[in-house]
Ligand binder design. Sequence first.
Ligand SMILES: [Fe+2]
Length: 173
Amino acid sequence: MITDTIGNRRSEGFPVSDPLQALEKDHNYVKKLFERYLGTQDTLVKQEAGPEILLSLELHSMLEEAVFYPAVQQIDATLVDQCKDEHEQVDQLLHQMKHMDINDPQCGNLFQQLRDAVLQHIEVEEQQLFPAIRQASLDMEALGLKMQAYEANIVATKARGAQGGASASRPGS
Ligand SMILES: [Fe+2]
């Protein structure tokens, strides 16, 4: 399993007192997955890393959009709005890629586009947004608890969907 060798933060439990650390670990994880995916010609490695990239980004985006951004919006509204716009670009790419065949040559191009957009967004968050949040007097533990609860909920919902998902058809697909 790719998550065993690279290390997925979700298996460690949520760092409630430092939620920014959770987001940074997610960033590092997805960067390694992109290296893995784009650095190989091995279809089996791509088949493992590709879907894991899409799933990790989806969960991470949901967590930030639903809980994290609303909580930090007042610290720097312009910056948070910029981050939300960047998420929208990433979300559009994710949507486009969700049902693609990993062997489709176009898929490689889209993964590169996705990596570029994600790296740029990570830099804005880590260099600008997170330092601003660390300087503000925000109750980080309260935020961490909310993020932990939300994440546990979406992971459980996803797991239920995966169990019953094989026969369930998605609306619009
Ligand atoms: Fe983000």
